[in-house]
Design a binder for this molecule. Structure first.
Ligand code: GRG
Length: 308
């Protein structure tokens, strides 16, 4: 697990202790994720699925889901199965992204990638297994939530994952490989789909589970789209400025691949400014929730202050 102690928490406006909050929430998520996927026959595939699911990471997606559910009036228990499912989906996208046919990476979350340990065949199947299980897990394990809300959640996550979301973003990313004339519009398309779509599903589904109104859903959508793009801008900056040890994966990959990124278009300082503006806009959407929005406000600031 990524230690909460390594996290910088620059949020001037609030006394909210993000470090403590993240530590407690990460621990809750680790326990829930471990329980969600017990070992069974055929052990080989469960071992491969658990290897990546329990390899650490910031657990930002489940924490966003739980925080939003609580802000809108729900509980941790209502959100936890969906939160775990979102981490399963995120993990499977990382396993597939790291495959030789895609990004061809050897390290992820500070460990060897899934295919390096289990082979490409099992890594593909581990990703498929996690994706299918995520949907089953929500439906079978969520209690005290109206079935119509669960239907909405399942539909939202399906949309975020498929060709209208992660898959679509990945396809355009692959098409842009080796091209130095990728436009800002295409770059935005890639990251709105590859990165922001799943973050949006985390936030909006957390809200839906707690019975969010249409107005809530619109606010949460705008909040999450803004933090999603800011997250990617910072990710691009970290690819240049952070070490492999800090990132837990190969650093400097974008430069090496001559990939168009936000810092390559705008420079690092301007990119940081744009990310800060997006975070400000995101937090403005949360004003109606007052004190209850503190975790989501702090999480938004964490996105721009993180160093990994
Ligand atoms: C989802 C069906 C399906 C297929 C996958 C491979 C693929 C299609 C999409 C790629 C998605 C991808 C890897 C996007 C990058 C998202 C991103 C910025 C990941 C890093 O997230 P962090 O920093 O990582 O939150 P940790 O390890 O902390 O969880």
């Amino acid at each position: 697990m990524v230690a909460a102690d390594n996290i910088q928490t620059t949020q001037p406006e609030t006394k909210f202790d993000l470090k403590q909050y993240l530590k407690a929430r990460q621990q809750l998520c680790e326990v829930a994720l471990d329980k969600s996927l017990p070992m069974q026959y055929p052990e080989k595939i469960y071992e491969a699925m658990r290897y990546s699911l329990l390899a650490g990471g910031k657990r930002l997606r489940p924490i966003l889901c739980i925080a939003t559910c609580e802000m809108v009036g729900g509980t941790v228990e209502m959100a936890m199965p969906t939160a775990c499912a979102l981490e399963m989906v995120h993990t499977m996208s990382l396993i597939h992204d790291d495959l030789p046919a895609m990004d061809n990476d050897d390290y992820r979350r500070g460990k060897l990638t899934n295919h390096k340990v289990y082979g490409e065949d099992i890594a593909i199947l581990a990703g498929d297994g996690l994706l299918a299980y995520a949907f089953e897990y929500i439906v079978e394990n969520t209690h005290n939530v109206a079935p119509e809300y669960l239907l909405k959640v399942v539909s939202r996550i399906g949309r975020a994952v498929g060709a209208a979301g992660l898959v679509g973003g990945q396809v355009v990313d692959l098409e842009s490989e080796g091209k130095t004339n990728t436009t800002l519009e295409t770059l935005n398309f890639i990251h709105n789909h590859k990165t922001a779509a799943l973050l949006e599903a985390c936030v909006v589904c957390g809200g839906i589970l707690a019975g969010a109104s249409n107005d809530d859903v619109q606010r949460l959508t705008r909040y999450s789209q803004n933090i999603g793009l800011a997250f990617q801008i910072i990710d691009d900056i970290l690819d240049i400025t952070a070490t492999q040890e800090q990132l837990g994966k190969t650093a400097g990959k974008d430069l090496k691949a001559k990939k168009v990124t936000y810092p390559s278009l705008w420079g690092i300082e301007e990119s940081r400014k744009k990310a800060d503006q997006l975070i400000k806009a995101a937090c403005l959407e949360l004003q109606p929730y007052g004190e209850k929005a503190q975790p989501l406000v702090a999480l938004a600031h964490f996105i721009t202050s993180r160093n990994h």
